[in-house]
Write a protein that binds this ligand. Structure first.
Ligand code: PBG
Length: 336
């Protein structure tokens, strides 16, 4: 029997449509709200002084030079977007087997962080910690002779990467690599180096997904990638395992966790938020963005409405906030 059966009077005493009968009452009864403060805006960085570089598989998204990025951060601030996320497109000649460029304090990422922090200190900067923008093979970590991604050796390198980002001024470091134990290793290194207030957003439940294609174009790793990432990213078949991943990252010192991708994993997001009650972010990934853009371009739906409805779905499922390439559009639509 329905749990509501005893308490609920029947129609017509109850008319659910009463609550939907005018805009004011819909606004008053809304269970969730979406504001620009819910959004994190991912931005791609290009080397050089040239023009913005559009990304074919992400229509409307470009790579920006370091100088141009300060302007993007200003736009974010003016729209009420609290934080941006940075991803570098490392020139091919700086990529290597071991991705050493990730440790260079003057790499593209670190130069971008310093320039943006200098120009717009009031916007938070989240940085991705993983080796895929730096490796010649496109994997997130160091590989052995047969191409297996090595956990502990990778973790050590990620610690170094997180430290150069923190030194440059990153506010949140976000390990997206799915190595075991890296959150704890990064946290203790940050503490040792006095970066007490640099937070960690762990990509805690990150799935081996077909939705990352356009991102790999954007950072220039799609063509390079040997094999797939199923040896470290999660199996889409698994839900309970995500709770274990989150528990481990929290125990290691993660301040906030992420579930990724977004829409196809709202069940995981809701379970994580219900179980742990910690700041929980969703990443509406590149393939999701591309899907909405393709639907809108095909006349299958209203673009603005699709953007806002999907972002609200994340809030309803329990997200504290959402990383989305639609952040600027959404903030504008929300009157930010
Ligand atoms: C890489 C990383 C990926 C994304 C964020 N960080 C891709 C991957 O794991 O291959 C995907 C983001 C997106 O698709 O928008 N460490």
């Amino acid at each position: 029997m329905s749990p509501f059966a005893a308490a609920a009077p029947a129609f017509p005493a109850i008319r659910m449509r009463r609550g939907r009968s005018a805009p004011w009452i819909r606004a008053m009864l809304a269970e969730h709200v979406l504001t620009p403060a819910d959004l994190i805006w991912p931005l791609f960085i290009a080397e050089g002084q040239g023009a913005e570089e559009p990304i074919a598989t992400l229509p409307g998204v470009s790579r920006w030079t370091v100088a141009q990025l300060a302007g993007k951060a200003r736009e974010a601030r003016d729209l009420g977007i609290p934080c941006i996320a940075l991803f570098p497109n490392t020139p091919a000649n700086l990529r290597s087997e071991r991705g050493e460029e990730a440790l260079n304090p003057d790499n593209l990422m670190c130069r971008a962080i310093r320039t943006i922090k200098d120009a717009v200190p009031e916007v938070g900067i989240l940085t991705d910690v993983a080796l895929d923008p730096y490796t010649a093979h496109g994997h997130d970590g160091l590989t052995d002779a047969v191409g297996y991604v090595l956990n502990d050796e990778t973790s050590e390198q990620l610690v170094g990467q997180a430290l150069v980002q923190a030194e440059a001024g990153a506010d949140i470091v976000a390990p997206s690599d799915m190595m075991d134990g890296r959150v704890g290793a990064i946290r203790s290194a940050l503490e040792q180096h006095g970066h007490y207030n640099v937070a960690i957003m762990a990509y805690a439940a990150k799935y081996a997904s077909a939705f990352y294609g356009p991102f790999r174009d954007a950072v220039g790793s799609r063509g390079l990638l040997k094999g797939d990432k199923r040896g470290y990213q999660m199996d889409p078949a698994n839900g309970a395992e995500a709770l274990r991943e989150v528990a481990l990252d929290l125990a290691e010192g993660a301040d906030m966790v992420m579930v990724k991708p977004g829409l196809a994993y709202l069940d995981v997001l809701a379970r994580v938020k219900d179980r742990f009650g910690v700041p929980t972010f969703a990443y509406a990934v590149s393939g999701e963005y591309a899907m909405i853009e393709a639907a809108a371009a095909a006349g299958a739906g209203d673009r603005d409405a699709l953007i806002l409805e999907t972002l609200m779905a994340f809030k309803r499922a329990g997200a504290t906030g959402v990383l989305t390439y639609h952040a600027r559009d959404a903030a504008r639509l929300l009157g930010g």
